[in-house]
Design a binder for this molecule. Sequence first.
Ligand code: AMP
Length: 374
Amino acid sequence: MRIGVIGGGQLARMMALAASPLGIRVHALDPAVDACAGEVAPLEVAAFDDLIALHRFADLCNAITFDFENVSAPALNELAAVRPVRPNPLSLATAQDRGAEKALFARIETAVAPFAIIDQPQQIAAAAVSVAFPAILKTRRFGYDGKGQINVADASLLEDAYTRLGNAPCVLETRVHFQRELSLVAVRALDGEIRCYPLVENVHVNGILSLTLAPAEVTPLLAAAAERCARRVAEALDYVGVLAIEFFDVDGQLVANEMAPRVHNSGHWSIEGAVTSQFENHIRAVAGLPLGDTAAHGVSCMLNWIGDLPDRNRALTVPGLHWHDYGKSARAGRKVGHATITAPDRSTLLRRLHQAAEVLDRQAQIAPAIARLL
Ligand code: AMP
């Protein structure tokens, strides 16, 4: 069996690595000749909107999935006529539009930050009255890793922020005072079975995920609320594959921020820290196979390597550390790899994080993980 992944980044690469033992081949399609999935999977080099190339690619594969959100939904719709596309184009289209996403959360009775849609300049004044400041203006489409967002301290700055975002359709959101950021990775199979990984805690720096602690320390009530939300989203969209939902924890209540219709950076810990990784479970779901166990064994901390890699030889001296080099060249703000440190319990993980902080030049990055485990 062959699964075609539109996008050839690190997520496609890790899907390919997980698919191989199942006897499934992943093929990737990406416009970049040096897309990093190409090191471990056959790579078709083509633009994402090149319909002829997409059809040729689909002909090679038994099912299609994608590794990033900005795939053209109409192109995906066309492919869906000839091959199963999992998750379906509706799921992608919903996640691509912050407006549609919030409407879905509202429909399934999940709280979101107070917001207003600004599709044209005439809506600015009404939005400024209905949303409390400080707020964040986010483009409805094509935003990721904190891109396409501007903090707006008060109403007088809104018009300028809207212009700076190119007068694009936007969502204005009240800035939420959260205690922490959590996310849930879930997977839904072709037969409708849903399994959830434990809720995890994430730390972002400049809008980019810096680290994940798995599992997060949460009450059973909070975990159940997150799972209920993921189930409802997955069922509403007739979703197949891995799905991630990011939440803010506001005084013990979950406020949904956004969903990702794909394997997610906050699920990377599951490669070594869970019985079945998110990548394997995504491949299983897309291939129509039974799902694997999503339970964590022990506790894990995933550290994202952003911009460049720290010293690998030193890193490998840390017990329980698993190294992932995506084979990408160094560039500011670019995710070039990650490491997951696993441990049987929190005190062992704390000791291992101290060791990592000693040997790597990433003390500032590791410090928030240490603080949370103390
Ligand atoms: P997003 O692209 O929506 O995931 O936003 C990136 C990061 O910005 C989030 O992980 C939060 O740290 C922060 N952020 C986004 N929206 C809000 C909000 N309404 N209130 C507070 N922080 C936010």
